[in-house]
Design a binder for this molecule. Structure first.
Ligand code: GAR
Length: 206
């Protein structure tokens, strides 16, 4: 973690962890480029070789690194190596934008209060994978009328759980398909994630 800086005009540094498409990474990159975020993405790290988000990073000359977990590797060993890699970029913030591995204390204790996760559901609902699909199925079963998105700090190994920084309800419509709901959720995620990071950065917390 960088030392607190006295000059808050200095762009904050962000390492983004991804596992896939990287549309939320794209939203962060665009918010940095437009000046909405006074920040710079200093590295993008994926645990998946074929994650399209790596290409999005390369396009704008951001280091794009593949760090898969080896089969023989213990989880904590991988997390410690990942933490070393992330720390080498001296980030102010670590953002999990579609990072689909639960991080252990071997990682999280290295960046206390500075790991931010995005999840496509409201707090306490549908943790883990396929959250939008499960919300859609729950709607079809008459169990709920809306889903949502949230951004939260990651204090421990709780799955998609931690102090909530922002949340927004996403209505589910009668004529929604899973695809139309996914598109709406993602569009809202892009906006909410950028706005939440902006608020964090403006607080001057590093
Ligand atoms: C996003 O919907 C994000 O909220 C979700 O993965 C997607 C990644 O999309 N994360 C989780 O489900 C975490 N449990 P992207 O790669 O296009 O940004």
């Amino acid at each position: 973690m960088n030392q607190p800086t006295t000059n808050n005009q200095q762009p904050a540094t962000i390492v983004v962890l991804i596992s896939g498409n990287g549309s939320n990474l794209q939203a962060i990159l665009e918010a940095c480029a437009s000046g909405e975020l006074n920040a710079q993405v200093v590295a993008v790290i994926s645990n998946k070789r074929d994650a399209f988000g790596l290409e999005r990073a390369r396009r704008v000359n951001v280091p794009a690194i593949v760090k898969p977990k080896l089969k023989a590797q213990e989880r904590r060993e991988y997390d410690a190596e990942l933490a070393d890699l992330v720390a080498s970029y001296q980030p102010d913030w670590v953002v999990l934008a579609g990072w689909m591995r639960v991080l252990s204390a071997a990682f999280l204790d290295r960046f206390p209060q500075h790991v931010v996760n995005l999840h496509p559901a409201l707090p306490g609902t549908f943790p883990g994978i396929h959250a939008i699909e499960r919300a859609y199925e729950a709607y079809q079963a008459g169990e709920m009328t809306h889903t949502g998105v949230m951004v939260h700090l990651v204090p421990d190994e709780g799955v998609d759980d931690g102090p909530v920084l922002a949340q927004e309800i996403v209505p589910i419509k009668a004529d929604d398909t899973l695809e139309s709901l996914e598109a709406r959720v993602h569009a809202i995620e892009h906006r909410v994630l950028a706005a939440t990071l902006k608020t964090l950065l403006q607080k001057g917390e590093r």
